[in-house]
Write a protein that binds this ligand. Structure first.
Ligand code: SAM
Length: 235
């Protein structure tokens, strides 16, 4: 936790917060912080600054809050990922969020197992919790929008053209020769496939609406590694 993310309900007055639970335990056990120590804090969807500890006991931690700067800029990237297995989902959300992704769609695809859609990890509270972990990691405060879409074709034909309008449209696909571009310096929409990869018909649907299939080399990467490698390459 490189930043303690604060929410409206943490404030007991305009410049004081009291934290209990996970953040309190982390401050006590990992930061091993005490009274007068300073921590980097940020307000959800707001500014970043310093929190000075004014009280710490068994009940919780109280901090005086001083906010003075903006969070890092967002990536101009919309990420569309075929729903990964539940175990991987948390890591993908936290990692994409820590890299600055602010718009993420988790979609169905032929090779996404149906059972993944009934995982409790898809609950709004879990998705939000993972995004918060990513923000705390990267010292960011801006919560991403994360949505799910159960129907590949409906999403690709009815929604994706508008979502991806005026952006570079890429689908990561290890089975093509075309190289993924570097340092593009512009907005993009990037589609990433499931563990078993996209089937040809799915790639063809994406190509019909202007997406270009690109590869980052002969090594086939796990979804979470591919997300990080592709984002690093594009930006
Ligand atoms: N056997 C699958 C295939 O050949 O498509 C492998 C899928 S891979 C585990 C999961 C997703 O990560 C892929 O659909 C793709 O979007 C992305 N990916 C992994 N390695 C990649 C690479 N070298 N180039 C481009 N995309 C890659």
């Amino acid at each position: 936790m490189n930043l303690v993310l604060l929410f409206k309900e943490d404030f007991v007055d305009p410049s004081t917060v009291v934290l209990r639970g996970r953040r309190f335990e982390h401050i006590k056990r990992v930061h091993r912080a005490g009274v007068v120590d300073e921590l980097t804090i940020g307000v959800a969807n707001g500014k970043i600054g310093r929190g000075t500890i004014t009280r710490l006991d068994d009940d919780g931690v109280e901090m005086r809050v001083d906010l003075d700067r903006d969070p890092p800029p967002a990536l101009p990237l919309t990420l569309v990922i075929a729903l990964p297995r539940p175990k991987v989902l948390n890591r993908v959300i936290a990692s994409a969020t820590s890299l600055g992704v602010k718009r993420l769609f988790l979609i169905n695809a032929w090779r996404v197992e149906k059972s993944y859609w009934s995982s409790p990890r898809l609950a709004d509270e879990n998705i939000r919790a993972q995004a918060i972990i990513g923000l705390e990691q990267a010292r960011d405060t801006m919560l991403p929008s994360i949505e799910t879409r159960r129907f590949f074709r409906r999403f690709v034909e009815d929604e994706l053209p508008e979502i991806a309008r005026d952006t570079m449209k890429l689908v990561a696909h290890p089975r093509v020769d075309a190289e993924c571009p570097h340092n593009i310096g512009e907005a993009a929409t990037l589609v990433i496939g499931p563990e078993g990869g996209f089937i040809d018909a799915e790639i063809a649907s994406l190509e019909r609406i202007g997406f270009r299939a690109v590869s980052i080399g002969a090594r086939i990467l796990r979804v979470e590694t591919a997300v990080a490698a592709l984002i690093a390459r594009l930006y």
